[in-house]
Design a protein around this ligand. Structure first.
Ligand code: LLP
Length: 420
C-alpha cells in the first residue's frame, strides 16, 4: 500500500490535506490531477536535510512535473532546475529560478536552444557528446560568452530498473562512455568558449536500491581524481536523479542513506554536489482523480471503466507501471476484483488488471495514486480528450493551477489551408 500521508481518509472519504476530494470534483469536474503543496515542500526539505553537511545544489528535474505552481513552490524553497529544453529553461525562469541554478541536460540540444541558454547565463551544460561540445563552443565564441560544462559520463552501470528508463548502460544513447572521458575532457579544455567545470552522471529512474548509485559514484570518483591529475579544475559533480518512490510495496532507502553514499564516495574530492531529483519530489505528492463511467460485466472479468485514460496517465500502458487504485469513498468496505480501464480506443488503455478495489458504482470517484510525477506532463489529447486540469491543495485551500481547455481552444489550434 502506498504511503501518501497527505491524502488521508477522514470518515472513509479521501482528502487532499484538509480538502475533501469530492468537493474539488464538484467544482472542477473529472478527471483532474491533485497535488499536495505540503508534500512537495516536505520532500524537498528532506533532501535539504539529508545533504545539509555537503555543499549541494538541488536542481529539481522539471520534466517530472513542470506546472508553474509546482516550480514556484520549489523555487521559493531554494531549488534550482535540471532542464532538457528551452521550454523548460523558460518555465524555470518564469517561476523565479535563477539561471545560476540551472543545469541543462539532454542528448539533442539545438543551436537555438544553446544560444538561449548562453544568453540566460545558466550554471552548467551537461554535455552528452563531442559534436554537441563543438556546437556549444562555436556558439559561445560567436556570442563572446563562456559555457561552463560537465560531460555526462555513461559509467556502464546497470540500474536494475525498467529498460525504458535505464540510462547508464553502455548500450544506452546517453552520455560519453567512461572509457573515452579523459580524451573528451582534453579536447574540451582546448576549445574556445568552453570552461570545463564538472562531471555529470545519471544512470536511470525509479531506482529502489543504492548499490547501482554507489557503483556509479565510485567510478566517477576515480575519473574525477584522474581528471584533476590531468590538470582539469573539476569543481562540480552532478550525481543526477533517480531515487525511486513507493508505488506498490517497494521499500525505498531513506534520502539520508543516499546522501551518505554520495559523501562517502565523493566527499574527499571537495566538489559542489548537484542532485537532480524529479520523481522523488513529486511522485507521491500527486494523484489523478477520476470518475467511474460504467461498471461492465464481461464474460470473464468485471471492468471499472473510468473517465481518465492512457492519454491522461500513460505510465501503466507505457511501462507496465503499478499505481494504487483507491475508492475515494470507502464507506462500503466490501471489495471486488476489477480490471480498471480507460475510455480510449486501445486495449493498452488499462490502468490495472485483476485489482481489488472497494465495490464501485457508476459515478463513484477513484484515486490513482502516486501520479504527481510523469503524469500530467506526459498527457496528450489523444482521442480529442481535453487535458485533465491540475489542482494544488495547501491545508484547507485549493486552486486550479491549470484549467481544462475548452473544445474550441483545442480545435482552433489547428489551421486549414485555403487550398484544402
Ligand atoms: N536527470 C536526468 C538527466 C534525467 O534524465 C532524469 C529523468 C532525471 C534527472 C530525474 O530522474 P528522477 O529523479 O525523476 O528519477 N517517464 C518515466 C521516467 C523518465 C525519466 C527520465 N529522466 C516514468 O514515468 O517512469
Amino acid at each position: 500500500m502506498t504511503i501518501q500521508n497527505h491524502f488521508p481518509y477522514v470518515n472513509n472519504k479521501m482528502f487532499a490535506e484538509n480538502v475533501a476530494l469530492h468537493d474539488i470534483a464538484e467544482q472542477v469536474g473529472t478527471p483532474f490531477y491533485c497535488y499536495s503543496n505540503t508534500a512537495i515542500a516536505e520532500n524537498f526539505q528532506h533532501y535539504q536535510q539529508a545533504f545539509s553537511d555537503q555543499e549541494v545544489l538541488i536542481c529539481y528535474a522539471i520534466k517530472a512535473n513542470s506546472n508553474q505552481a509546482v516550480l514556484t513552490t520549489l523555487a521559493k524553497l531554494g531549488s534550482g532546475a535540471d532542464v532538457v529544453s528551452e521550454g523548460e529553461i523558460r518555465r524555470a525562469r518564469a517561476a523565479g529560478i535563477s539561471a545560476a541554478k540551472i543545469v541543462y541536460s539532454g542528448v539533442a540540444k539545438s543551436a537555438s536552444e544553446i544560444e538561449y541558454a548562453l544568453s540566460e547565463g545558466i550554471f552548467q551544460f551537461n554535455v552528452e557528446s563531442e559534436p554537441e561540445l563543438k556546437l556549444i563552443s562555436q556558439i559561445a565564441t560567436r556570442l563572446e560568452k563562456v559555457a561552463a560544462i560537465a560531460f555526462r559520463i555513461n559509467p556502464d552501470v546497470c540500474a536494475n530498473t525498467h529498460e525504458k528508463i535505464s540510462t547508464g548502460k553502455a548500450e544506452n544513447k546517453f552520455g560519453v562512455p567512461i572509457s573515452q572521458a579523459k580524451i573528451a575532457y582534453r579536447r574540451a579544455a582546448e576549445l574556445p568558449g568552453i570552461k570545463v567545470q564538472g562531471v555529470d552522471v545519471h544512470i536511470g529512474s525509479q531506482l529502489t536500491e543504492l548499490a547501482p548509485f554507489e557503483e556509479a559514484y565510485k567510478r566517477i570518483a576515480q575519473l574525477v581524481t584522474e581528471l584533476k591529475e590531468d590538470g582539469h579544475d573539476i569543481q562540480v559533480i552532478d550525481i543526477g536523479g533517480g531515487l525511486g518512490i513507493t508505488y506498490d510495496n517497494e521499500v525505498i532507502p531513506p534520502k539520508t542513506h543516499y546522501a551518505a553514499i554520495a559523501k562517502t564516495q565523493l566527499g574527499h574530492l571537495n566538489c559542489k554536489i548537484v542532485i537532480e531529483p524529479g520523481r522523488s519530489l513529486l511522485g507521491n505528492a500527486g494523484i489523478l482523480v477520476s470518475r467511474v463511467v460504467f461498471v461492465k460485466t464481461g464474460e470473464e472479468r468485471q471492468f471499472l471503466i473510468l473517465d481518465a485514460g492512457m492519454n491522461d496517465l500513460v505510465r501503466p500502458s507505457m511501462y507496465e507501471a503499478h499505481h494504487e487504485i483507491l475508492a475515494v469513498n470507502k464507506a462500503n468496505a466490501a471489495m471486488k476484483t476489477y480490471d480498471v480501464v480507460g475510455p480510449v480506443c486501445e486495449t493498452g488503455d488499462t490502468f490495472a488488471k485483476a485489482r481489488s478495489v472497494n465495490i464501485c458504482q457508476s459515478g463513484d470517484l477513484i484515486a490513482i495514486m502516486s501520479s504527481g510525477a510523469y503524469g500530467a506532463v506526459m498527457a496528450s489529447t489523444y482521442n480529442t480528450r481535453m487535458l485533465a486540469p491540475e489542482v494544488m491543495v495547501k491545508d484547507n485551500e485549493y486552486a486550479i493551477i491549470r484549467h481544462r481547455p475548452s473544445y474550441e481552444e483545442v480545435i482552433n489550434a489547428d489551421a486549414v489551408p485555403n487550398w484544402v
